[in-house]
Design a protein. Structure first.
Length: 74
């Protein structure tokens, strides 16, 4: 896991069981850099799922809340 992936996971853990938007992750983890896109967040979530989920294609820990963001279930 890269340091930034760990930061994302830590942020999700601090907000576990609550929906975190992509914009919130960009602002709070990256300090919002306009060169980053929400697709950047999606790629980090994909890598995190591959690292921590038993079956990343059917996530049970980091779930997508369509239209809102992501939620870490703990």
């Amino acid at each position: 896991m890269t340091p930034k992936e760990f930061e994302v996971l830590k942020f999700l853990w601090q907000h576990r069981n609550h929906v975190v938007s992509r914009d919130q992750l960009l602002t709070d983890v990256w300090g919002y850099d306009e060169s980053l896109s929400t697709r950047t967040i999606d790629n980090f979530i994909l890598k995190l799922r591959q690292a921590i989920e038993d079956n990343p294609s059917k996530p049970r820990v980091i779930i997508t809340v369509h239209g809102l963001g992501y939620k870490l279930i703990a």
